[in-house]
Design a protein around this ligand. Structure first.
Ligand code: URP
Ligand code: ZN
Ligand code: ZN
Length: 465
């Protein structure tokens, strides 16, 4: 039999197994695995490489207006960074404006993304305005493939929801199979601490971290777990940063509650010390939750290994350090840390940062696949189409050359951010080839596929709801 494409001799890694096999691709899907005779098929020699399912980053912000700025990356540049970094699917956040219907917000994000993404994409919905009369709009969204909703316990006056709203949203997901994704930080307490710091003349970037203590994250995590328990539904914590918040997740899981959490590479690799870089440099790392004191990351690594944390996403939310008249950036907060747009780039570096952890023996190759692709696909309604390399799944295949090394730099990355949080860092492995639904997207360090190849993915509701 002749296939469109046969990838020969890769070490194929799944969340469970590692084996050497050929992969056959037909009509954008994996057609077969095993020993496959090319018989005239196009052949890619992958001996010496590992083949992993395309990365799934379930937390990106492309073309997002926030804190008086708009992210440096739109869907074109953000998805280009993604594909060069071995991520083939992103789940981005659409945002409801106050007084706006969820459907209108979704239409806005469809317009931002359509025809502009190299990678496949889906949306969560950030809900900021959910009176009783609007709750049923959540059901319509789930039917349209938007099966998760982000709520905030931080950012009073912008995004923050009160407990009643959170409980209302959680309760509705029992009916419609949605999943609530929670930004867990106690926004009220943080607001008081920020005002106090500013009144004392503390304006530098490091005060962003010093006014957002770990206990503010742990408290909100505990409260949200209690609310989801009362509603009798699962909950997912986004960008979990603090070991104490993770301990709350662990305890809830041990009690048998369906609680899930993601962390992000910045919380595994960077720390509070980065805020103390000279001048305004610390602004590069202003994000919420903030980077934590050294030592915290060891707790997160352990949690990742023993499944207290199930996913590594990026919270890619890039703002440039140097502002241009059309694109204000981090400089908005030069005289007041609370005005620095929150967020940092990450979509391009996630896969290799985590692969480096494999080469260092921190994670098994199978756990790498699990947290970067398989579990995100399962938790967010993309499995079995995405998240594994098995017959019938989309042929989203990443070939990593484990013998090579990669050095991260803003000079060579592909997102529009004017800095790289990991500038100069060298990691094990290089992304050699990327395929999305069988199309060769990246190879030889160049984009070989169409910049608009990505298509919208309708996600399934939670199974068993
Ligand atoms: O600082 C961050 N994380 N910015 C993006 C918004 C969010 O809370 O995810
Ligand atoms: Zn958040
Ligand atoms: Zn985010």
């Amino acid at each position: 039999m002749s296939y469109e494409l046969v990838i020969k001799g890769a070490t194929v890694i799944s969340a469970a197994d590692t084996f050497v096999a050929d992969l056959a691709v037909e009509h954008g899907k994996i057609a077969a695995l095993g020993r496959i005779e090319p018989n005239g098929s196009r052949v890619v020699d992958a001996r010496g490489c590992v083949a992993v399912p395309g990365g799934i980053d379930v937390h990106t912000h492309f073309d997002m207006p926030f804190m008086g700025a708009t992210t440096a990356d739109d869907f074109t540049s953000g998805s280009t960074g993604a594909v060069f970094g071995g991520t083939t699917t992103v789940v981005d956040f659409a945002i409801q404006k106050r007084g706006e219907s969820l459907k209108k917000a979704l239409d806005t994000w469809h317009e931002k993304a359509e025809g502009k993404s190299a990678v496949d994409y889906a949306f969560h919905m950030i809900v900021v305005d959910l009176p009783e009369k609007r709750v049923k709009e959540m059901d319509d969204l789930v039917k349209e493939g938007i099966s998760s909703f982000k709520l905030f316990m931080a950012y009073p006056g912008i995004f923050m929801s009160d407990d009643a709203t959170i409980f209302r949203a959680l309760t509705r997901t029992k009916e419609n199979g949605g999943m609530i994704c929670m930004h867990a930080e106690n926004g009220g307490v943080i607001d008081v601490l920020v005002k106090k710091a500013l009144a004392e003349g503390k304006i530098e970037p490091k005060y962003h971290a010093l006014t957002r203590p770990m206990s503010a994250e742990a408290e909100a995590t505990r409260r949200a777990i209690a609310l989801s328990d009362m509603a009798g539904v699962p909950i997912y914590f986004v960008h979990l940063s603090a070991g104490d918040a993770m301990a709350e997740v662990r305890r809830a899981r041990e009690r048998g509650q369906a609680v899930f959490a993601e962390t992000c590479p910045q919380y595994l690799y960077l720390s509070y010390e980065d805020y103390e870089r000279p001048g305004f440099e610390g602004a590069k790392f202003v994000m919420s939750p903030p980077l934590r004191p050294r030592g915290n990351e060891e707790r997160l690594w352990k949690g990742l290994v023993r499944n207290d944390l199930q996913v590594v996403s990026t919270d890619h939310c890039s703002f440039c350090m140097k502002a241009t008249p059309s694109k204000p950036g981090k400089e908005l907060g030069k005289k007041d840390f609370s005005k620095i747009p929150n967020g940092a780039p990450g979509v391009e570096t996630r896969m290799l940062l985590l692969w480096d952890a494999v080469s260092q023996g921190r994670l098994t190759p199978n756990r790498f696949v699990d947290v970067t692709s398989t579990t995100p696909a399962k938790l967010f309604g993309l499995y079995p189409r995405k998240g594994h390399l098995s017959p019938g799944a989309d042929a989203d295949i990443v070939l990593i050359d484990p013998k090579k090394k990669t050095t991260f730099s803003a000079k060579t990355h592909h997102t529009a951010a004017d800095y790289n949080p990991y500038e100069g860092k060298t990691v094990a492995g290089a992304i050699r080839d990327v395929f999305i639904r069988g199309e060769h997207m990246v190879g030889g360090g160049r984009m070989t596929g169409r910049a608009s190849h990505g298509s919208f993915l309708k996600r399934a509701p939670r199974s068993g709801h």
